[in-house]
Write a protein that binds this ligand. Structure first.
Ligand code: HDD
Length: 713
């Protein structure tokens, strides 16, 4: 543990519960040392096993009960410990202590996830990503349970089970796993106009991130900040990755799902192990209570975002992940988030999606973790000690002293005391409430397309192409033509070209939307909550396009060095140093995993054999200099493998750098027939070639040239 980690109160708390088997003897759960862990106790060497074998019974019984229910959504995830540091005080808006004192550090645990797939599904599914942060503050745990997309599919929690049932594998045959490309999802979506804004995001490349470290995080709902005077501001929460927001190509995502389904999990784990700690700026959009109605959308509607042009994001803190968990199950699996875990100074709004969530999260932990004492599991404990009169229940850990478990009491001197507000006692926002009990949707929620338009308008041309093709891919898997037609009808309200592009490729026509006539009251039928086409007040917003993201860093990017015996040592070492000095990770790819002997006898150890890895695992490639090395790589047995490897990286718009004497390889690839200048294909020609390569890696991909790079198939 380094000094930073020792100062982390949560990590020190976890240490008390952590064991290490190093140099220890094997024991039973009762602490009894075990002398033979190979054989059960029998009547004879070939005889039956004795029921009295308590060691066997204990081992098997425990094993039989190892699995717990996976999360109903967000089952597949990965997490890490870290720290949140405040750089700018928000005391003017909130009394939350962790947001008041500049420089204050608060321990956190963050869990990222996909939504639809099971715990064992691929990381690269086209899906929303969860971004859940538990802040272990001095005033108790505060959970910000968000996503990498700032809006949601539905406006009311009443529809959440329907949404999830629609996207999960279909109930008759449990197909497909971790995919929205199927009948039931699109059937539901086609009938839920309110989903269309989120559909734009989910079909964009945001849904296939390059890394958890390169995703934004959003609290989604509007929350409330309350300051020490009781003044209220609405707030939207943002996390912006220091490495920028980047994605992979869809064909790449599909291949990664086969070659390395743990791609994001591995990436998070390895970057932390390598000391390349993932970092985000934490930001807030703040809206005074009196300006609640200043927008052309309702702040309580979770299918809307607040454009940054209207309310800028103020960056006030830094989130850094700096420590991997010691045990996946104990920490990442057992962590229990809940949007209702609050601290004084932060409160909910009446967003009807958020309101429903407030019930769901504790409820789900009861079935998932099995007991109301889930807060006592080490990863879930607050760093301040819990004092209350709750008692007993399955697996109770806390030993609460004394006779008294009720309040008021005189025997216990009235303890534990209620805390006054000035002592940090939580009080709910003293909001005036007056209304009739209704089961209804506010009219202010019925505009489903204008922000979808804003999102589409904001995309760069390559992003639009990807989004369109994602819709085509998904709808091509829908077997009911009327569903495809209805979705196209919805798209037509967003953008006519988009609708006709998709329609043409999924075999339907763009028609006036025809919603099925269901036997439910018209005003309760979501299909009838169809809004008119309306232009957004903010036509387009820069922050919504990944094109405008940070593109000046190569930190933790994985660069594959392709080499064979006879490679030029000087050349390899010099580029490797330059890249590593900027934080990139160089991985050697050899013809096999056998050592590579360089021209001067230096030995390089490949991490990969070119036959057992695909270019989708790398951000960029360097074809190392050296005549002998090239000759070996172009041996008839190797040539097709090497060229396919490079061609694929080319297709995925990556940076590819050719060292000295590598013309034979260059000429064998499709790159040699390129017709135009391509800034991400670099030949070692001059002193600044290395620098050009570094720039190309930092730019992530040349999406603009995707058509050209793919047109020579
Ligand atoms: Fe949820 C898990 C995010 C709406 C009910 N949700 C869960 C997780 C994230 C979110 C990140 C995984 C937490 C973890 O890593 O353990 N959920 C969201 C966001 C939503 C949202 C950003 C909308 C803005 N969720 C939502 C609604 C409901 C739920 C409307 C129910 C009414 N969510 C759950 C759940 C889960 C969950 C069933 C499954 C596992 C868990 O809670 O702990 O209760």
């Amino acid at each position: 543990m380094n000094k930073n980690q020792q100062d982390n109160k949560k990590i020190s708390q976890l240490q008390e519960h952590t064991t290490d088997n190093q140099d220890r003897k094997l024991t039973t759960n009762q602490g009894l040392k075990i002398n033979n862990n190979q054989d059960s106790l029998k009547t004879d060497e070939r005889g039956s096993t004795l029921l009295e074998d308590f060691i066997l019974r204990e081992k098997i019984t425990h094993f039989d009960h190892e699995r717990i229910p996976e999360r109903i959504v967000h089952a597949r995830g990965s997490g890490a410990h870290g720290v949140f540091k405040l750089n700018k005080s928000l005391a003017k808006y909130t009394k939350a202590k962790f947001l008041n004192e500049v420089g204050k550090e608060t321990p956190v645990f963050v869990r990222f996830s996909t939504v639809a797939g099971s715990a064992g599904s691929t990381d690269l599914a086209r899906d929303v990503r969860g971004f859940a942060v538990k802040f272990y503050t001095e005033e108790g745990n505060y959970d910000l349970v968000g996503n990498n997309i700032p809006v949601f599919f539905i406006q009311d929690a009443m529809k959440f089970p329907d949404l999830v049932h629609a996207v999960k594998p279909e109930p008759d045959n449990a197909i497909p796993q971790a995919a929205s490309a199927h009948d039931t999802f699109w059937d539901f979506i086609s009938l839920m106009p309110e989903s269309m804004h989120m559909i734009m995001w989910a079909m964009s490349d945001r849904a296939i991130p390059r890394s958890y470290r390169m995703m934004e995080g959003f609290g989604v709902h509007s929350f409330k900040f309350i300051n020490s005077e009781g003044a209220v501001h609405f707030v939207k929460f943002h996390f912006k990755p220091k490495l920028g927001v980047h994605s992979v190509a869809w064909s790449e995502a599909q291949k990664i799902s086969g070659t390395d389904p743990d791609f994001h999990r591995r990436d998070l784990w390895e970057s932390i192990e390598n000391g390349a700690f993932p970092e985000w700026d934490f930001g807030v959009q703040i809206i005074p209570e009196e300006n609640e109605h200043d927008f052309d959308f309702d702040l309580l509607d979770p299918t809307k975002l607040v454009p940054e042009e209207l309310v800028p994001v103020q960056l006030v803190g830094t989130l850094t992940l700096n420590r991997n968990p010691d045990n996946f199950f104990a920490e990442t699996e057992q962590i229990a988030f809940h949007p209702g875990h609050l601290v004084p100074g932060i409160d909910f709004t009446n967003d009807p999606l958020l309101q429903g969530r407030l019930f769901s999260y504790t409820d789900t932990q009861l079935s998932r973790l099995g007991s109301p004492n889930f807060h006592e599991i080490p990863i879930n404990r607050s760093i301040n000690t819990v004092h209350n009169n709750q008692r007993d229940g399955h697996m109770r850990q806390q030993i609460a002293k004394g006779k008294v478990s009720y309040e008021p009491n005189s025997i216990g001197g009235g303890c534990p005391f209620q805390a006054m507000m000035k002592e940090g006692g939580f009080t709910s926002n003293n909001e005036r409430v007056d209304g009739n009990k209704v089961r209804a949707r506010s009219n202010s929620f019925v505009d489903h397309y204008s922000q979808a338009k804003m999102f589409f308008n904001s995309q760069s041309e390559p992003e639009k192409t990807h989004l369109q093709n994602a819709l085509v891919f998904e709808l091509s898997k829908v077997t009911f033509p009327e569903i495809r037609e209805r979705v196209v009808g919805q798209l037509n309200f967003i953008n006519k070209d988009l609708a006709s592009y998709v329609a043409k490729r999924v075999g339907v026509e763009v028609k006036k939307l025809d919603m099925p006539n269901q036997s439910i009251p018209a005003d309760a039928n979501p299909a009838n909550l169809q809004s008119e086409e309306r232009e957004p007040a903010t036509k387009s917003s820069e922050a919504l396009s990944m094109e405008n993201t940070v593109k000046d860093k190569i930190e933790s990017r994985i660069i594959g060095f392709i080499m064979a015996n006879g490679v030029n040592t000087q050349d390899v070492k010099s580029l490797k140093n330059k890249l590593e000095n900027k934080g990139a990770v160089v991985q050697i790819i050899g013809p096999s995993v056998a050592s590579v002997i360089a021209d001067d006898g230096t030995v390089f150890e490949p991490k990969h054999s070119i036959t057992s890895v695909a270019s989708v695992s790398f951000d960029a490639l360097y074809i190392c200099s050296g005549k002998q090395s090239v000759k070996e790589l172009m041996h008839p047995e190797q040539k097709p493998i090497v060229t396919e490897f490079i061609n694929e990286a080319y297709k995925h718009c990556k940076a590819i750098y050719f060292g000295n004497d590598t013309d034979e390889i260059y000429n064998a690839t499709r790159i040699s027939s390129k017709k135009h200048e391509d800034p991400a294909i670099i030949k070692k020609e001059s002193d600044d070639s290395d620098q050009k390569f570094i720039q190309a890696i930092a730019s992530h991909r040349v999406w603009d040239l995707e058509k050209e790079r793919n047109s020579m198939d």
